[in-house]
Design a protein around this ligand. Structure first.
Ligand code: CMC
Length: 392
């Protein structure tokens, strides 16, 4: 109490302490549990990074094997949950479908409702890591009218997800190792980003002691917006738009600079990175390689490169410290892999999942945690008297 700090968008408000992810926005540094993102991108795997984020240390060989086999054992969805997908229109956006299905996990696993039960939190953690890829794949299958494939637990997490997404029951699915490696890398790069909008949402919802499934379901919806995870789809729509108009990046950049309503350079700018986004740097390095392996080059990649070059040499972007962020090149890679544009943000959610879980768990065990309850500056009417309808 006393006076209230006014900080729209929480630009300067530290809402929590955290030992999970370190970002230095001026220097373009990102570390998970102290490990530089560049090293993890080069040497680690998504499941290993998930373990690191959630439990705080890199796993030993035994720990990783145990963790992997536990996740593998929980990939199946309850048959009744599978029917859930039939309730949505066929052209439903996969993000609300994903969020609804994750929310529904609370009804299938009522043992999850007490967030203070550590064993259940552990089980919910594994269930989420295992089932969210299955849910995501089924959301896709539903949208194209193909049958759902049961997970094949002899496969790794990413292989299994790709098979459930692109495979067919009657045909063996040929796994492309370049695609697996690329998707695993993208998941690593998305795995955590400290107190971003969706993670803060997971924490805020969880601060009321709502369970893990409820909190993550809310986080998925926060990620949905085009200023956050939805940006990866928006980048691709922007590039397609430029291509349709003849590939002229100058005209587009001028529209952005003139602040035409609703026209932003999507995939550029970041609240924290004011130098460059280290994730974008890694993705850019690999985008060419991946795209040539998977699709044999791409016209939109050429537009993206020209757009980036044009923006980086323009005072408008330089003065505002606007650089490409993680989403600038990811959409192109996802597209080359065969994912539809609407699905890109689901892939972001799959990557961010271990980060959300790690933050929720950290919050639950932090003695300083209180229910999140921001204050406000009231700007409405002073007290006034009610008028009967006949006098209004
Ligand atoms: N294109 C054009 N102008 C921009 C952009 C952009 N992408 N981003 C910021 N600006 C301008 C903005 O108009 C403002 O200019 P002025 O001072 O003249 O009003 C100035 O730069 C500061 O912008 P801001 O909106 O106050 O910055 P913010 O920190 O509130 O917003 C952001 C950060 C990421 C929401 C914003 O840069 C943006 O909308 N970018 C495009 C969407 C995007 O790519 N989002 C993905 C973010 S990274 C992945 C993730 O975490 O989800």
């Amino acid at each position: 109490t006393g006076y209230i700090t006014y900080d729209p968008g929480f630009v300067n408000t530290g809402a929590t302490s955290s030992a999970i992810t370190y970002i230095d926005g001026e220097q373009g540094v990102l570390r998970y549990r102290g490990y530089p993102i560049e090293q993890l991108a080069q040497h680690s795997t998504f499941l290993e990074v998930s373990y690191l984020l959630i439990y705080g240390e890199l796993p030993t060989k035994d720990q990783l094997e145990q963790f992997t086999s536990r996740v593998n054992r929980h990939t199946l969805l309850h048959e009744d949950l599978k029917r859930f997908f039939d309730g949505f229109p066929r052209d439903a956006h996969p993000m609300p479908v994903l969020s609804s299905a994750v929310s529904a996990l609370s009804t299938f696993y009522q043992d999850s409702l007490d967030p203070s039960n550590i064993d259940n939190v552990e089980l919910s953690t594994i269930r989420l890591l295992a089932k969210v890829p299955t849910i995501a794949a089924y959301a896709y299958k539903k949208s194209i009218g193909q049958p759902f494939l049961y997970p094949d637990n002899s496969l790794g997490l990413v292989e299994n997800f790709l098979r459930m997404t692109f495979g067919l029951p009657a045909e063996p699915y040929e796994i492309d190792p370049a695609m697996v490696k690329a998707l695993d890398l993208l998941f690593i790069l998305h795995a955590d980003h400290e107190q971003n909008c969706s993670t803060s949402t997971v924490r805020l919802v969880g601060s009321s002691e709502a369970n893990l499934f409820a909190s993550i379901s809310a986080g998925i919806m926060a990620l949905f917006g085009p200023l956050h995870g939805g940006a990866n789809s928006a980048v691709l729509e922007m590039l397609e738009g430029i291509k349709a108009e003849g590939g002229d990046v100058d005209t587009f950049v001028n529209r952005v600079k003139n602040k035409e309503k609703g026209v932003r350079l999507m995939g550029f700018g970041h609240r924290v990175y004011k130098n460059y986004d280290p994730r974008a740097k890694i993705i850019k390095q690999t985008a060419d390689e991946i795209l040539s392996k998977i699709a044999g080059g791409d016209e939109l990649l050429d537009i993206a490169k020209r757009l980036e070059e044009r923006a980086l040499s323009d005072d408008y972007f330089v003065e505002r410290k606007l650089y490409p962020n993680v989403d600038f090149y990811t959409g192109l890679i996802y597209r080359a892999m065969g994912f539809p544009t609407q699905f890109f943000t689901v892939l972001f959610a799959l990557g961010r999942l271990p980060g959300w879980i790690a933050h929720w768990r950290e919050m639950m065990t932090d003695p300083a945690t209180k229910i999140g309850r921001p204050r406000q500056i009231y700007t409405g009417e002073k007290q006034r008297d009610y008028k009967p309808l006949s006098e209004r």
